[in-house]
Design a protein around this ligand. Structure first.
Ligand code: BES
Ligand code: MN
Ligand code: ZN
Length: 506
């Protein structure tokens, strides 16, 4: 799928289809008005016949409109002009793309990027960027593993979005580059996440990292730490989690060097990459257990964010880590009651082998100290409790540094990839007290997302740190089952903002 931009000019288009908006009560958008003039009132007469009111998402496909070169015109309802907020804007574009594709069209020119969105921050950049992201979202399907790839065939190849004036070309180009890089990476994150656990194991994730390094060999290098090396280093908590599995644990490190000064302290992303979480000896119930193949969505999002950085050649140094392993029961598996000595030296009493994410992550949090990171952000499908707290719309944010939390909140807002901060105050730490070790790996029924984050916080004293719990947002269940690609947009936005502030200050 290709998206591009052009300056608005009705006359020159030979596109198969022109897309224009109709507001509520059959009010024509500016471009619809022009089409109406060219076609000597054809658009108005169709509307007056009662074919369409203009309520949001309504569509009407017109054929062979008089005096119009394009074969078709798609009218799309935009609702009340003053009600077009961000979500409605995205809904309208989404519906448009679906319609174009369902109608079997191959290319189209879409003037909807010119409709006014009356919300602060929704400038041309925002409109183009999100139109592109939504377009890719609307045509996504995972059918690599179907023997008959007939489902939802993709006809649409190319969509052009318009800019109302030439002076917007520069900002529009940025938006297109950013939007395309992010959208393509979201697609890749979804593909990796949707892969079944008999294919997508830690070695599979590692292979993705290596391929990325090959594609961007100027700026990306990669290495991986296997079980033998983990043992030598002392990453015993991470190792314990993977011990029940036949698939080797592998931590894949992706280094992106883009800063002018090679010595610039890096931003570190750490992604939970549990390619299947059975719960281990503390086995999960059978219902929906298949969805635990998504327990590596954090790692996939890190991979995708690294790809965005490379694609956009951001002037930053970034290290992305995919912490791959599999949590299985078995004769060699770790058990409730085991005490593990983490890489940090702190000992952990395992009270539940299903609280495995924090055990992997804690060792990686210590491991990354060697990079002297400026900022560390971990991304994990960490707790069912986070789903109870925030549901499926918003990811949980935890941080030991207020400015970082604020920075992420702003990025989330810009990216349309929402997060909400939860506390990690000292009081909660008591829930992790253990009689035999320094710390227990679970903190009881109450505030489970918070106690998990509090556990991690004990390993993140040496740098500014944030933790994103994406358990509720990384995938959808039911008939829509599939990875969402979140929070790739947020991570990408965070990097873009950092890159912009570097450029401004130099
Ligand atoms: N990967 C799960 C968290 C999860 C569960 C995400 C359901 C999305 C949906 C994690 O490893 C886990 O099992 N957490 C336990 C922790 C508990 C044992 C303290 C949980 O949330 O039940
Ligand atoms: Mn678990
Ligand atoms: Zn898990």
């Amino acid at each position: 799928m290709k998206c591009s931009i052009r300056i608005s000019n009705l006359e020159q288009y030979k596109s198969a289809c022109i897309v224009v908006g109709i507001f509520a009560s059959r009010q024509l958008s500016l471009i619809a008005e022009q089409l109406d003039m060219i076609s000597h009132g054809y658009i108005r007469s169709v509307l007056n016949s009662g074919a369409m009111q203009g309520s949001i998402g309504q569509t009407l496909l017109l054929h062979d409109v008089p005096n119009i070169i394009a074969k078709r015109i798609l009218l799309i309802g935009c609702g009340k002009k003053r009600d077009i907020h961000q979500e409605n804007y995205k809904k309208i574009i989404y519906k448009t793309i679906q319609q174009l594709n369902d109608a079997g069209l191959i290319n189209a020119i879409c003037f909807l990027t010119e409709i006014p969105v009356h919300i602060k921050g929704c400038n041309t950049y925002w409109r183009i960027r999100h139109a592109i992201e939504v377009t890719h979202e609307a045509v996504y399907s995972f059918n690599q593993l179907k023997s008959q790839k007939t489902l939802r065939k993709l006809s649409l190849r190319h969509v052009v979005f318009t800019l109302s004036v030439a002076s917007e070309l520069k900002v529009g180009t940025y938006a297109m580059q950013h939007g395309s890089a992010i959208a393509n990476s979201i697609k890749i994150a979804k593909d990796i996440s949707n892969m079944p656990p008999n294919i997508c194991n830690a070695a599979y994730l590692d292979m993705q990292a290596r391929q990325l390094a090959e594609e961007h060999n100027q700026r990306i290098t990669t290495y991986s730490i296997g079980e033998k090396e983990m043992k030598e280093i002392g990453m015993n908590a991470y190792l314990a989690v993977g011990r029940g599995s036949r698939n080797e644990s592998l931590m894949s490190v992706i280094k992106y060097t883009g800063a002018l000064n090679v010595k610039t302290r890096p931003i570190v992303f750490i992604g939970k990459g549990v390619t299947f979480d059975t719960g281990g000896v503390s086995l999960k119930p059978g219902e929906s257990m298949d969805e635990m193949k998504y327990d590596m969505c954090g790692a996939a999002s890190v991979y995708a964010a690294m790809r965005v950085a490379a694609e956009l050649k951001l002037p930053l140094n970034i290290i992305g880590i995919m912490a791959g392993c599999e949590n299985m029961p078995g004769g060699r598996a770790y058990r409730p009651g085991d005490v593990l000595t983490t890489l940090s030296g702190q000992t952990v009493e395992v009270l539940n082998t299903d609280a495995e994410g924090r055990l992997i992550l804690c060792d990686v949090l210590t491991y990354v100290e060697r990079f002297q990171p400026e900022t560390v952000i971990d991304i994990a499908t960490l707790t069912g409790a986070c789903v109870i707290a925030l549901g499926h719309h918003i990811s949980g944010l935890f941080s030991n540094h207020n400015p970082l939390a604020h920075e992420l909140t702003v990025a989330a807002e810009q990216a349309g990839d929402q997060i909400w901060r939860l506390p990690i105050t000292k009081q909660y730490q008591q829930q992790l007290d253990s009689n035999v070790a320094d710390i227990a790996n679970i903190g009881g029924r109450h505030a489970g997302a918070i106690t998990a984050a509090c556990f991690l916080a004990r390993f993140a004293h040496k740098y500014h740190w944030a933790h994103l719990d994406i358990a509720g947002t990384a995938w959808r269940s039911g008939s829509e089952k599939g990875a969402t690609g979140r929070p790739v947009a947020l991570l990408s936005q965070f990097l873009i903002n950092r890159a912009n502030s570097v450029t401004r200050s130099s």
